[in-house]
Design a protein around this ligand. Structure first.
Ligand SMILES: [Zn+2]
Ligand SMILES: [Zn+2]
Length: 349
């Protein structure tokens, strides 16, 4: 055997190790809040530092301060936006990630109404500024952003944002989240409307607290799947839609199709092998028992359902592709009227 051929198995082995390392990417579940207001807009007297300090003490893995970027709040300026970033950095460590963002709000022009939260942007856009409208905003979001940014549709109904108009393939990658839960209210109809229009959005639970009352008292959370707890990893997870929402503060939900994690797009699959993993760490609490899992498809139609009982449940099943998107919902013993958790979809094209 020549030296060249002796090397081949080693190269092949290295290649295989690389491939299996990628396949075995381990995600951890992190829980947080994407939307809050401080004294720099209409969040009463509490500062971004007050928000980050209390969120960290309350056990949040990540937390975003997202003031209204509006000229009508004179205390919201480029300088106070920088101050918020500095506080986010100051509280960020291996146990907590602070994020700065802003809310694009009060855009009441003829091009459509609707608030959106932007996370982790270097700059911001005032919706009431001259010539600013939704299409301008969507383009701004995906153009020349030096950091990993992502936006959410906020507290929206089925006709908001001019009926979820102005979608292009490029703009679709800027808005990756939808507030299915905002301030303790459900916005499920709006979520389906955005998905039906072709937006690829993952469900989130946002407190939208004006001050810190909600961060202490409300228990719904946005869950993200990231390889470790850094701001960049959390933002990449959000950008990739590895995201779910839950009324329970620590219920862990993972949904895959053909081995691809939620948020993925599958092209021309001949069949779909779904897997749902749900775990609630409060295994001695009967209220947190998982009672039912459903897989839903286009416009929320029921694709498959199974009842269960336990605090850790896995479910696999295979179906022929028939919908443009699929997501999983989970019911728990304490809440029978509606699901406790909603996964990000997997899309099929
Ligand atoms: Zn709003
Ligand atoms: Zn808000």
């Amino acid at each position: 055997m020549t030296a060249r051929f002796r090397l081949l198995p080693a190269i092949l082995a290295l290649f295989l190790i690389g491939a299996s390392a990628r396949a075995a990417e381990v995600y951890h579940h992190y829980f947080g809040n994407t939307h809050s207001h401080s004294c720099y807009s209409d969040g009463k007297t509490e500062t971004p530092a007050d928000h980050f300090r209390k969120a960290k003490a309350a056990g949040y893995d990540f937390y975003a301060v997202t003031d209204h970027a509006l000229a009508k709040y004179p205390q919201f300026t480029a300088q106070t936006y920088e101050l918020t970033k500095r506080e986010a950095d100051r509280f960020t460590d291996s146990k907590f990630v602070g994020i700065t963002g802003f809310e694009f709000s009060e855009n009441d022009g003829p091009g459509g109404k609707g608030h959106l939260t932007v996370l982790n942007s270097v700059g911001y856009l005032d919706a009431t500024g001259p010539n600013v409208n939704l299409p301008i905003f969507y383009d701004w979001l995906v153009t020349n952003q030096p950091t990993t940014v992502a936006a959410s549709f906020n507290h929206a109904g089925k006709d908001t944002y001019n009926g979820y108009d102005y979608l292009t393939p490029a703009r679709r990658d800027g808005v990756t989240m939808f507030e299915v839960i905002n301030s303790g209210k459900l916005h499920y109809e709006g979520f389906l409307a955005a998905l039906n229009k072709g937006w690829r959005v993952a469900p989130i639970a946002a407190e939208d607290g004006h001050g810190t009352w909600r961060l202490i008292n409300d228990s719904y959370r946005t869950g993200v799947l990231a390889t470790s707890l850094t701001r960049q990893n959390v933002m990449q997870a959000i950008r990739a839609r590895r995201v779910y929402c839950t009324w329970d503060k620590n219920l862990q939900l993972t949904f895959t199709a053909n081995g691809s994690i939620m948020g993925s797009v599958l092209r021309n699959p001949s069949k779909l092998s779904f897997r749902v993993d749900v775990r609630d760490p409060d295994s001695s609490d009967p209220k947190d028992r998982i009672t039912k899992i459903e897989i839903l498809g286009d416009n929320g139609k029921l694709v498959a359902s199974r009842t269960c009982s336990g605090h850790s449940v896995s479910w696999t099943l295979t179906r022929a592709p028939e919908c443009k998107y699929y997501f999983a919902v989970v019911y728990t013993a304490d809440k029978t009227d509606a699901p406790t958790a909603y996964s990000a979809p997997v899309w099929v094209e």
